[in-house]
Design a protein around this ligand. Structure first.
Ligand code: UDP
Length: 310
């Protein structure tokens, strides 16, 4: 198995799950947003190898490879805003290189795509058949369009070269090893609640998200590798909340007395997001099992360890 972005939040959980299932794993990461700390639980495993590499350049692997899983990319809005060119490159050139590796090795390729391909969706909930509503020139364009191009690359290699490909569209996910400073709602709210600072809700907080716990997502990825086909499949938890509700739940779960503070809504912030997972249920026999508050409680345990309170 080759996993790009193996030192990232989702990538490292995926590597761990693959090792537990007896696979040999080569993880690649350039640490733009991944972290060495995420690799500590894996580093000593005899079937785990790590290479610091930028997948925007050609990657050569000597051993046999059966699966190439492309998870490398900045993935939170402030991070891709801070690295827009790299984000575009890793979705386009990086995807092409990983597909080239899969083709050369006769391996199955899996693309970690995203609900951002739906942009600010005009169809709700979002089925895979929806083509999306993306602003190519807005601050999210570098990520959204790179991932849309990545999907087009996967389909082109599938059609032109017969590569066995999978596309998963990952919706908002949370869990241990999320970066405290990546700027997303869950890490921000949890760190703020633990420190007793105000929770920064953008806009009026009426925008919605649907949050999946990372262990559910990883099960879905493994099912997609095993049972998926070349067509995209949504992976996410359809339990939808407003961002204001999310902030209030986190305040309650953490026993914090932090107030809510409203801040301006970022440009092109999607107003609603919820996966239609009918296809994942049928094709992969998969659905999330961890309820929203249970998952948030587990993530909160992690943040309590890494964020010192006041
Ligand atoms: N958000 C917020 N406060 C924060 C960070 C994010 O209100 O401190 C909002 C953000 O505007 C968005 C939602 O929470 O509407 C989810 O944002 P996130 O960055 O987690 O991911 P996105 O789903 O937008 O990619």
């Amino acid at each position: 198995m080759v996993v790009s972005g193996g030192a990232g939040f989702i990538g490292s959980h995926l590597c761990e799950a693959l090792l537990t299932r007896g696979m040999r794993v080569l993880a690649l990461d350039n640490f733009i947003t991944g972290s060495r700390d995420n690799l500590y639980p894996l580093a000593e495993h005899p079937d785990f190898e790590f290479r610091q590499a930028n997948v925007n350049e050609r990657i050569d692997v000597e051993d046999e490879v059966r699966f190439v899983l492309h998870f490398a990319s900045p993935a939170s809005p402030p991070q891709y805003d801070a690295n827009p060119i790299h984000t575009l490159k890793v979705g386009t050139l990086g995807t092409m290189n990983m597909l080239g590796l899969a083709r050369a090795k006769g391996a199955t390729f899996l693309l970690a795509s995203t609900s951002e391909v739906y942009g600010d969706p005009l169809v709700h909930p979002q089925p895979e058949s929806y083509w999306g509503n993306v602003n190519p020139i807005g601050p999210r364009g570098c990520y959204d369009e790179a991932k849309r191009c990545a999907e087009a690359f996967a389909m082109a290699y599938h059609r032109a070269h017969g590569v066995d490909t999978r596309i998963i569209r990952i919706f908002n996910t949370h869990g241990p090893r999320m970066q405290v400073l990546d700027g997303r709602a869950v890490p921000n709210f949890m760190a703020q609640a633990i420190r007793g600072e105000p929770l920064t809700v953008y806009g009026d907080g009426s925008q919605t998200r649907s949050l999946c716990y990372v262990s559910d997502l990883v099960r879905g990825i493994l099912a997609a590798i095993e049972k998926g086909d070349d067509q995209p499949v949504n992976l996410g938890n359809p339990e939808e909340v407003t961002v204001l509700e999310l902030a209030q739940i986190i305040v309650r779960l953490s026993g914090s007395s932090s107030p809510i503070q409203f801040r301006p809504l970022p440009v092109d912030d999607p107003k609603q997001r919820r996966p239609d997972i009918t296809r994942a249920r049928k094709l992969l026999a998969w659905q999330p099992e961890v309820a929203l508050e249970d998952g948030l409680s587990r993530t909160l345990e992690y943040f309590r360890r890494v964020v010192p309170g006041t």
